[in-house]
Design a protein around this ligand. Structure first.
Ligand SMILES: [Fe+2]
Ligand SMILES: [Fe+2]
Length: 420
């Protein structure tokens, strides 16, 4: 049967529907983005304080990476927030949320801290960002969506790395009852703040701190787990550079101990308050670079059949630097160790090229690129830090004095420890 042709429709096309009202309007958006920023900003400072105190090597490395990734998220939120409010960073005006981050550092041990961060705060943050991503106006607020999506990618990947690490710690009996109790406490505090976005119904009862709560103090000594057997060896004289093979082994074994530099920069980041955001952003990157340099040493040693856990750890170097004010620690590292390493590093690139060792050459060239930035950070921030702390000496005189200490106590290998 032949079907009849349909007559052309005389109806006008229906007008486009107005966009649905966004669940998050501009004012709510400011408040929420600032809450996420606050959580990650406080978190990175807390993790920086815990980095030297954390013994388990794999967890320590993850903290370093989290600090940098959180700094990248805070920076993206900073760039967005400054477009919609001034100043960009504001207190969250929610005492309960502030309490969560004030309490978090006082964890009974490193795994209790990790549970609070990676099994309470981060999953809650992921849920909040994922909701925000679809609840805001998709076109008008695209720059926020862009920042949140990128943060989500990092946070979900971070979760995927942390899950096996925490499961292995649980299997090894490293997660105590006090740590579980602490995790519960952080979850209750977050619930009392209405969750990350503050919108959930808040239970009336304020949780009480568990007995295991341990007041956090900035560490003056660096921790290592039980696999490290040589903790306090003195820096030995290295085989001469003319003995290429022997010297190269020592060169990369020294890289494997660069966690010490990460720990000093972490302590500086944790201790200095009130500097511009960019200082925190740079130091977060600086410390994560040092974690990567340490891992580069591990990679090299393992490739060459060596066990990096057998390397001497020189923990007294961290202890020695930590006795000085944070600005001086930063100056000792950037204007002492880092500025002076370049002629040696360039000679090493040449030596590796000459011997045809491409991997070693690449490692050192990447290291030089990072170290160039670290020295740049030192030049950029030391004058600001001196102003910030009310230092009376000129920059030139300050540098002279600090380098004199570095020369006589560090370079000469004496390392005086003025322990109180
Ligand atoms: Fe380094
Ligand atoms: Fe460095």
């Amino acid at each position: 049967m032949k079907s009849a042709a349909r007559p052309p429709s005389r109806r006008r096309p229906s007008p486009p529907r107005p966009p649905r009202a966004a669940a998050i309007d501009l004012d709510a958006n400011r408040r929420l983005l600032n809450r996420y920023r606050f959580v990650e900003h406080e978190l990175l400072r807390i993790l920086a304080g815990w980095l030297p105190r954390t013994a388990t090597f794999e967890l320590k490395c993850e903290l370093g990476r989290s600090i940098w990734e959180s700094a990248v998220h805070v920076n993206a939120l900073y760039l967005r927030l400054r477009e919609i409010q001034s100043p960009a960073f504001q207190p969250p005006e929610d005492a309960a949320l502030i309490t969560v981050l004030r309490e978090l550092p006082h964890a009974p041990d490193e795994f209790a801290l990790a549970l609070g961060v990676y099994q309470v705060l981060t999953p809650a943050l992921i849920a909040a960002l994922a909701t925000h991503e679809t609840a805001t106006l998709p076109n008008s607020d695209q720059p926020s969506v862009y920042a949140l999506r990128h943060a989500l990618l990092d946070l979900r990947t971070q979760q995927a790395r942390m899950e096996p690490l925490l499961a292995a710690a649980a299997r090894a009996g490293r997660i105590t009852r006090a740590a579980r109790r602490w995790q519960q406490y952080i979850a209750q505090l977050l619930a009392a703040a209405g969750g990350i976005n503050g919108l959930a119904r808040r239970p009336a009862r304020r949780p009480a701190a568990p007995a295991g709560r341990t007041e956090f103090k900035a560490p003056r000594e660096a921790e290592r787990d039980a696999r490290f057997t040589q903790r306090a060896a003195d820096l030995a004289v290295m085989p001469g550079e003319d003995d290429y093979d022997a010297h190269t082994v020592e060169e990369f074994e020294r890289y494997s101990t660069e966690m010490l530099a990460a720990e000093t920069v972490a302590l500086v980041l944790h201790s200095v308050r009130g500097m511009p955001w960019e200082f925190e952003y740079d130091t977060a990157r600086h410390l994560y670079d040092e974690v990567r340099h340490c891992l580069m040493g591990y990679e090299w040693m393992r490739t060459h059949g060596m066990d990096p856990f057998q390397s001497p750890q020189y923990l007294h170097i961290f202890k020695w630097r930590s006795q000085f004010p944070p600005v001086m620690q930063y100056c000792l590292l950037t204007m002492g160790n880092e500025v002076h390493a370049f002629p040696y590093r360039h000679r090493r690139v040449e030596a590796h090229q000459k011997s045809g060792d491409r991997l070693s050459e690449q490692f050192v060239r990447y290291d030089i690129a990072d170290e160039t930035q670290h020295v740049r950070f030192g030049h950029r921030w030391l004058p600001e830090l001196l102003k910030h702390t009310g230092e009376k000496r000129s920059l030139k005189k300050y540098l002279q004095d600090v380098i004199a200490v570095w020369d006589t106590e560090y370079r000469s290998g004496k390392l005086t420890l003025n322990v109180e």
